[in-house]
Ligand binder design. Structure first.
Ligand SMILES: Nc1ncnc2c1ncn2[C@@H]1O[C@H](COP(=O)(O)OP(=O)(O)OP(=O)(O)O)[C@@H](O)[C@H]1O
Ligand SMILES: [Mg+2]
Length: 266
């Protein structure tokens, strides 16, 4: 049984899907990332993936994040969860075939939120999976919410929660840009990449992190950084790398030097 502190990997929906499409999975990217995760062979790894063009547009279409307002949304809630299980199935397929002992943990079945924040997390099974050396895989999902009836739970919030709860030693975030820039590199060609940021530098630039051009009901890069701030405050390093480019996630997981943004407390 393993006692090492876990490493948390978030694979962005921006990496494994085409966020400008509708339900478009990038299966070759998913397969390559599975190969990289297998090769890095990190002990006590927890993987969380995002919704991309599966979760976000479906949740947005039915106003799921805003909560339960009318019966007509119930099918939208079911559909949002279902499309996430489809995307998760593709990730699990790649992981298991690359001989990663990955087991899917469904957030909507073990989490209850209050006003969008995790209130209860039934984590006994997750704890045992980790102890036995499995690789738990979670994802952005819908949740039942004590105030809103239901809402959307971002993969980024799950990362933050698990980091605190399981005392993670570091976080690797894969996105579809080379890291954090001083503006959205998709819309601003002159945006400059930050190779290293301290906590106070990160706080100072947060306002520059634009909302994504594509649909992201959980706040895009701004929302992501907001979720990560408490972890950085606790001294946990966060490495943001381009998961769409070969070997960046592998190098970050293996602790090798890699192009991207490294955020440390100071
Ligand atoms: N300052 C910035 N630096 C880097 N990317 C930025 C910045 N501001 C905005 N972005 C945008 O943020 C996007 C990544 O956030 P987004 O939430 O869309 O992806 P994700 O979290 O990987 O996807 P998902 O939420 O589906 O998991 C990038 O595609 C980029 O266009
Ligand atoms: Mg996002």
């Amino acid at each position: 049984m393993s006692e090492t502190k876990p490493v948390i990997l978030k694979i962005g929906g921006s990496v494994i899907t085409d966020k400008n499409g509708d339900l478009v999975a990038k299966t070759e990217v998913i397969n390559r990332l599975a190969e990289e995760v297998a090769k890095a062979n990190v002990k006590n790894l927890i993987v969380v993936h995002g919704g991309g063009s599966f979760g976000h547009p479906t949740a947005q279409k039915h106003g799921i994040k805003e909560g339960f307002k009318h019966d007509g949304q119930k099918l939208g809630f079911a559909e949002t969860h279902h499309v996430m299980t489809v995307l998760n199935g593709l990730v699990m397929d790649a992981f298991v075939w690359h001989e990663i002992p990955a087991v899917s943990v469904t957030p909507s079945s073990c989490v209850v939120t209050e006003n969008g924040r995790i209130k209860q997390f039934e984590d006994a099974a997750l704890r045992m999976l980790l102890k036995l050396g499995f690789t738990p895989v979670l994802y952005g999902d819908v949740t039942l919410d004590e105030k809103l009836g239901f809402t959307v739970l971002s993969g980024d919030q799950i990362v933050a929660y698990l980091t605190a709860k399981f005392n993670a030693c570091r976080i690797v975030i894969g996105v579809d840009t080379d890291g954090l820039y001083d503006g959205d590199p998709k819309t601003n060609k002159n945006a400059k990449l930050y190779a290293h940021l301290t906590l106070s530098e990160l706080k100072a630039i947060q306002g520059k992190l634009g909302k994504p051009a594509a649909v992201d009901v959980t706040g895009g890069m701004f929302g992501k950084v907001n979720e990560l701030l408490p972890a950085v405050e606790k001294g946990i390093p966060v490495s943001i790398v381009n998961g769409a480019k070969a070997n960046r996630v592998y190098r970050a997981l293996a602790g090798e030097k890699v192009e991207g943004t490294l955020i440390e407390k100071g």
